[in-house]
Ligand binder design. Structure first.
Ligand SMILES: Cc1cc2nc3c(=O)[nH]c(=O)nc-3n(C[C@H](O)[C@H](O)[C@H](O)COP(=O)(O)O)c2cc1C
Length: 336
């Protein structure tokens, strides 16, 4: 019947029916996707190991970011510390082998750096210590490892980036959130974008669009709306990566712009590193109001999805960056 209708009805009408069917499929698939996400994400109330670990990693990252600030603020992060003080014993309860749990050790190591950094300056940590139970404070005191904390990045080590092997380039790239005072121009950034154009995309449809923002009046507004680099100086430039949904044809392609734009962004991060520019990927996970303000500010039309920002600048002589410890590859691989 379907085939007979397809053959007998005028092409125009068949196309219209297909558009209506796609709309209803888009609705159904989006709702199913929403439900799957709602079932899985790390709710604050959850006692599941994976969920607790997610919150611990998030909070550990806040500690590492605080440790990396050039204008270090002694006693920072009490809110974060109080949350970790609850979650770390919770994780110990769930995971008997917690001493080998990398997430536990990442948090404990970052807190160890926090402790020694303050102790070196004879800063009174009694209110921090009082947040933790005896076991956690004992673990923090003895975890002197590179599972967490900060590392030093120096501009002099970046001068030969163009000739580094791929593994070395990959290993040495770190997110940099504070840059040299020197401005960076669009002309300096464009060669990296040209390199990233070799990024593959679905059917070569190339949905990625890139805006380079160097306008000193717009940058503070962008950073305020983005919100993920609060407390750091305004970067010399921001790149906004978006995906043009006009490159897609069906409901099942609805997330592809994020995939293609994400791949492009990673190429761009490595390309920037290769030409000796410092960068930090930044999320575009905003409330609808903030997203609308961003769209208005930067002239992003309705047909584009926001994928991510990248802050860009020159490397300053010496700067600290979060360690952001990585799981071992063997722990994320399943061979089928
Ligand atoms: C999509 C995306 C969004 C990010 N958003 C932020 C952000 O809003 N603020 C921030 O300080 N870092 C942000 N980051 C940087 C991550 O914290 C960083 O990549 C991670 O800790 C790994 O560290 P590395 O990039 O130094 O290897 C983001 C990274 C990605 C990939």
């Amino acid at each position: 019947m379907k085939e007979i209708l397809k053959k007998t009805l005028p092409v125009n009408m068949v196309n219209h029916i297909s558009v209506v069917k796609t709309y209803f499929r888009l609705r159904k698939e989006t709702i199913l996707q929403m439900k799957r996400f709602a079932r899985s994400y790390a709710k604050r109330t959850s006692c599941k190991k994976e969920h607790i670990e997610t919150h611990i990693i998030f909070l550990t990252h806040q500690i590492e970011k605080g440790l990396s600030h050039r204008n270090f603020r002694y006693g920072f992060g009490m809110k974060v510390i109080k949350q970790l003080a609850v979650l770390l014993p919770k994780l110990r309860q769930i995971d008997e082998e917690y001493s080998d749990n990398e997430v536990y050790r990442m948090a404990i190591a970052a807190l160890h750096h926090y402790k020694t950094k303050h102790e070196d300056e004879h800063f009174d940590l009694s209110n921090v210590q009082s947040c933790f139970d005896e076991q956690t404070w004992h673990d923090i005191s003895k975890e002197d490892s590179n599972y967490g904390g900060v590392l030093t990045i120096e501009a002099k080590d970046k001068t030969k980036n163009a000739s580094l092997t791929f593994p070395k380039l990959m290993e040495n790239r770190h997110s940099i959130r504070e840059f040299a005072d020197e401005q960076v121009t669009a002309e300096e950034i464009i060669p990296a974008i040209e390199m990233a154009m070799r990024t593959p995309s679905v059917c070569n449809r190339q949905p990625t669009r890139v805006r380079i923002i160097t306008d000193q009046a717009i940058l503070p507004k962008v950073m305020k709306l983005q919100g993920g680099m609060n407390g750091y100086p305004i970067p010399p430039a921001m790149i906004l990566v978006t995906a043009d949904n006009q490159a897609f044809m069906d409901s099942i392609e609805r997330n592809e712009g994020f995939v293609d734009g994400g791949l492009f962004s990673m190429s761009l991060l490595l390309a920037l590193e290769s030409i000796g520019l410092a960068a930090c990927p930044l999320n575009t996970m905003m409330t609808i109001d903030r997203e609308n303000e961003t769209r208005h500010l930067l002239g992003v039309p309705d047909n584009e999805f926001l994928v991510m920002y990248i802050a860009v600048g020159h490397f300053s002589e010496k700067i600290l960056a979060p360690i952001s410890y990585r799981f071992k590859a063997k722990d994320i691989i399943s061979i089928i």
